[in-house]
Structure formats: C-alpha cells, structure tokens
Unconditional design. Structure first.
Length: 243
C-alpha cells in the first residue's frame, strides 16, 4: 500500500520539481515504485535515507544476518526524520541471498528496482542472475575504501555482472569477500549516486546509460566512465534477453 506523503516529506522532495524537465509525474512514479535494497550495510542505510528524502515510499531492506539487520533497523529508525518512516521502510531477514532462496526471488519479483548494497561478491553475482531472470533493473556497486564503481544493469540492454567482471578483468575480486569496506564520507557519495541512478530509472527521468560503468577514486579525485558493456550474445544470462 502506498503511504500518503505528509507535509514534511513534501517539503523534502518538492525542490526536485525545480530540476529541468522533472515533473509531478516523475515524483509520483518514485513514490509508487518498490525499491529492494539487498544487504544491511552502512551503504544500505545511506541509500534508504536518500530514497526517503527523494520521495520513495516503498522500500524493503533484506539481509541474511539478523544482527546486522537489527543494528541497521534501530539506527535507521532513530536517525531518519520522517514521521511515517516505519511504514515506508521494511526490514526482512532471509535465510540466504543466493538465487535458490525463494523469499528473495519473490521480493525481487515484486520490486521495480533492486539496489546492491551487499559487500559479498557471491551475493552480488547471485543478485545479477536473479535480476536478469526476473528482468529487474539492478543498481550495482563495488569498491574499497575511497574507490568505487557504479553500474546500472538493465536486463536486455546491459551485460550481466558475470560478463562485466570478465571484461573488466576483476574476476579475482570474488576470491576475497571481506575486502570491501568504505571510508565513511565515501558512503554518502556512493549512496547518493546509486539513488540518483535508481530514481531516474523508475521515474523515467533523463537518460540512463545501460552499458556504462562509472568509476571514481575519491582520494585522487579522478573519475572515469567505461562504455560498451552491452549484452554478450553467447551469455546464457544477459545474451538470452538480447536475442
Ligand atoms: Zn552475461
């Protein structure tokens, strides 16, 4: 059920209407869209906060760790200044985050878009498989300390995460699932970039480059956009949707 925006929420989101070409209809699509956040990391909390401030009203955060999910839930409910936040953001514990977990598949099928806030590469790859299978956009990120990359995977238009990793030559990243953590100020930067991509996709505002990956090094200040990550014709995941 969609929660009616209260006055405070309207104040928070109304300034977006000042952006060129951004209309009430875009804001309405954001409010009606269902966002699924996978992983109960600090990044997940930051994404949820920016989503709420952007006008999102249907957010579900899932994880397989009860302790991490409880910490996130307590912290989010204390720090997010929205009166009806309890009805906007739901927290749900799952047994697994791999594609054999029917609960995750059901939630992803109900969502309009999935945000990858996991720090585990096996979970990221499973999420890519699931989103390709269900034809759901996935806003993916990965990184370490002050560096990150951001990739909006649009099934039918984008390479899957397995093909992306192969083309980037970073298959080895999966060998060390504990290596991913972020410098605190970089978390807010990445969360805002992820939510910007997510809200543009669900509201159909502006241009979404489905075959680009954005790489940023906050330490050096250098950024790079790599292009050409189209579906692979011989891939059973991304290639299947492009035939
Ligand atoms: Zn692929």
């Amino acid at each position: 059920m969609i929660n009616r925006m209260n006055d405070k929420a309207i104040d928070q989101t109304a300034d977006q209407l000042l952006a060129t070409g951004f209309k009430e209809s875009h804001l309405d699509r954001i409010a009606r869209a269902s966002f699924l956040i996978v992983g109960s990391t600090s990044l997940a909390m930051a994404c949820a906060g920016v989503l709420v401030a952007s006008g999102a009203r249907r957010i579900t955060i899932v994880d397989k760790s009860l302790a991490a999910l409880t910490r996130l839930s307590d912290s989010f409910l204390q720090n997010t200044p929205v009166q009806s936040k309890e009805q906007i953001v739901r927290f749900q514990l799952l047994q697994n985050l791999d594609d054999s977990d029917n609960a995750l598949a059901k939630l992803a099928a109900q969502a309009d878009l999935v945000l990858d806030c996991s720090s585990d590469w096996q979970d990221k790859l499973s999420l890519s498989d699931l989103c390709m299978e269900l034809h759901r956009p996935l806003v993916h990120q990965a990184g370490h300390a002050l560096r990150f990359h951001l990739y909006s995977m649009m099934p039918g238009q984008s390479a899957c995460l397995r093909c992306l990793m192969e083309r980037l030559g970073i298959e080895d990243a999966i060998q060390d699932p504990s290596s991913e953590y972020y410098f605190v100020p970089a978390i807010g930067l990445l969360a805002s970039a992820m939510v910007l991509a997510a809200t543009k996709i669900v509201s159909r505002y502006g241009v979404n480059q489905a075959n680009e990956i954005f790489c940023f090094d906050a330490l050096s200040g250098e950024s790079e956009v790599l292009r050409g990550f189209d579906p692979s014709s011989d891939c059973p995941d991304c290639g299947r949707l492009n035939r």
